[in-house]
Design a protein around this ligand. Structure first.
Ligand SMILES: Nc1ncnc2c1ncn2[C@@H]1O[C@H](COP(=O)(O)OP(=O)(O)O)[C@@H](O)[C@H]1O
Ligand SMILES: O=C(CO)[C@H](O)[C@H](O)COP(=O)(O)O
Length: 556
């Protein structure tokens, strides 16, 4: 019998990548990355050059199609296979990455008359300019005792659909009026491939506050925010919501030509990047916390019970693996904090030495930082360079490094930043456990674990837990490919469930990172200090971060 393959397309923050996988072994046969031509649009609008506000982050929808045009044919060509052998395609995406569409499904920013309006563009997950709306949503939901609020740890994020849609209404009512629908980019790309408007239960559940039985927040609640929002759920968020693993449809003739595949190939409903990684590391049962570590980190956990606890970004039934409650928590910047240091703060001499030694600045700093012991630098940092989205859920919080002196070295600051993110993860694990959701094992995947060994050792030491690492460097794309194979179903050469797909296709490395007891002892002490700083700056002990942001925005 001919070998059978599935293609997963992973849409990250800066680029999209396609992965062609043999579905009976999980072998990753070919991969291709396309950087988004417009990247992250956070300073000025393409074309007009109009300046964007603080905390804005947009994208260009055609960049997503560019990934299908370039990367999909490239993996088929590299593998030298017949497109007939590809049984299914799945995609995963950053989320909530949303856009307004017209009746034909065209993003408003792709229409001449709307492209000058920044609100017509795709709002990327890390667009944080809707914090005012998020704060008001949370205040009203708390006041009214809305049942959905506890499922999201007591606070909805400014990154999510309601806050972003409301920001459009507040700042560009004409765009809000003109939008026929608001869609997640994941669903829009699936709609381009299949011609069907199908929303996926994962982004709907985690990012648009949709519940399997209760649906979206009520018209009464939405209308109390603003009467114009009352019909949001049944109008601009309308459309069938289908469970992960479902087939959204089949590849249309025109898209099949563009992607170099067979028309009629099964296409899975979209998924969130981090959530797709869970079955891809073989996690299909409770108690195993999967850390999807890249630009940001998402923490994902399955459980057979629903509890409501601080620190949980969302709990969604069937939201990750059917049959379980899926929990999400997360840190809105991790790799992005290290990138900030390397690009904006590391001194020129570090960059020169790294270049002389032929290593990246990250590697140079990691090597130096690894030579020190925990606590030796006298530094402690908070990991809020892009706000806090678990436990405190507040995009207006910012970064801190305490303990700097004239002797402080760049590699010490770099290490303190790595440690800060590990402490942020420990705070999340403790919040899960306080809430009654067990965390027995840790799994790490995403771009960071295989790039930075010191980081993984620090995580093991700071959490006191052994960490298993994904074997794939493309875990999200592998997970998306699995869902593509499930969308095809066993009859068409795929699988009938994601559990079956995981048995065949998932892999973790033999080597694990184990905590070193003497390091853990020091980190226990540093973590105690971290908690003090965390509560002081994050729970109202000193709101200096918010006041500084207000001054920066020119508010009184
Ligand atoms: N050696 C390294 N150590 C720590 N961070 C790194 C290293 N190399 C790259 N990074 C960070 O990894 C992040 C990208 O992670 P990746 O998983 O590839 O992307 P994404 O999250 O967008 O899918 C960037 O923020 C970058 O700063
Ligand atoms: O919110 C998220 C998932 O719920 C992700 O953090 C977001 O999609 C960005 O992912 P990445 O760090 O891989 O670019």
């Amino acid at each position: 019998m001919k070998r059978r393959y599935a293609i997963g397309v992973d849409y990250g923050t800066e680029s999209g990548r396609a992965l062609l996988v043999d579905i009976s072994t999980g072998e990753e046969v070919a991969t291709h990355v396309t950087r988004y031509p417009h990247g992250v649009i956070d300073e000025k609008l393409p074309g007009t050059g109009a300046k964007l506000g603080h905390d804005w982050a947009l994208q260009h929808p055609d960049d997503y199609l560019e990934v299908l045009r370039r990367s999909v044919p490239a993996v088929v060509k590299e593998a030298g296979i017949d497109p007939e052998q590809v049984v299914g395609v799945g995609i995963d995406f950053t989320a909530c990455t949303m856009m307004p569409l017209d009746e034909a499904g065209t993003p408003l920013c792709m229409r001449e008359e709307w492209r000058d309006n920044p609100h017509s563009w795709v709002k990327l997950w890390k667009h944080h300019a809707a914090q005012d709306e998020a704060t008001r949503i949370n205040e009203l939901a708390l006041e009214r005792g809305e049942a959905f609020l506890p499922r999201y740890g007591g606070k909805l994020s400014s990154e999510w659909m309601l806050a972003k849609a409301w920001q459009i209404l507040n700042e560009a009512p004409e765009v809000y009026e003109r939008a026929d629908t608001f869609m997640e980019a994941a669903d829009w790309v699936v709609m381009q491939m299949t011609g069907r408007l199908v929303r996926n239960s994962c982004t709907a559940g985690y990012k648009a506050v949709w519940h399997k039985r209760d649906g979206f927040p009520s018209a009464d609640f939405l209308g109390a925010l603003d009467p114009k929002l009352a019909s949001l759920a049944e109008t601009k968020l309308r459309g069938p919501i289908e469970a992960l693993g479902s087939k959204a449809g089949e590849l249309s003739e025109s898209m099949a030509r563009l992607m170099g595949l067979r028309a009629g190939t099964a296409v899975a409903v979209g998924n969130i990047d981090a959530h797709a990684m869970v079955p891809a590391v073989g996690v299909v049962t409770p108690g195993k916390l999967v850390m999807a570590m890249g630009t940001s980190t998402c923490h994902l956990l399955l459980s057979d019970r629903e509890v409501h606890a601080e620190g949980i970004c969302g709990v969604v039934e069937d939201g990750i693996v059917p049959g379980y409650y899926g929990y999400e928590a997360g840190q809105s910047a991790v790799g992005d904090i290290f990138a900030w240091y390397v690009e904006e703060a590391a001194p020129a001499y570090v960059k020169e030495l790294a270049a002389e030694e032929g290593v990246s600045v990250h590697e140079w700093l990691e090597r130096r930082a690894a030579a020190a012991k925990p606590g030796e630098s006298g530094l402690l940092a908070l990991d809020w360079w892009n706000g806090n989205r678990s436990v405190l859920m507040d995009a207006d919080l910012s970064g801190v490094v305490v303990g700097m002196t004239l002797q402080t070295k760049p590699e010490e600051i770099y290490r303190a930043l790595l440690e800060a993110t590990a402490f942020g993860t420990r705070a999340i694990i403790e919040a899960f456990e306080r809430g009654g959701v067990a965390v027995d094992e840790l799994y790490a995947c995403g771009g960071l674990p295989q790039r930075n060994r010191l980081l993984m050792q620090i995580y093991a030491d700071a959490t006191g837990r052994e960490i298993r690492i994904a074997d794939s460097t493309q875990t999200a794309a592998l997970g998306a490919a699995m869902f593509g194979a499930v969308a095809a179903g066993a009859e068409a050469g795929g699988f009938d469930s994601v559990v079956e797909a995981a048995e065949r296709m998932a892999r973790v490395r033999e080597e694990t990172f184990k905590p070193i007891p003497e390091n853990s002892a020091v980190y226990d002490r540093l973590y105690k200090e971290y908690r003090e700083l965390h509560d002081y700056f994050g729970r109202g002990g000193n709101d200096v971060m918010k006041r500084l942001k207000a001054i920066k925005r020119g508010q009184s």
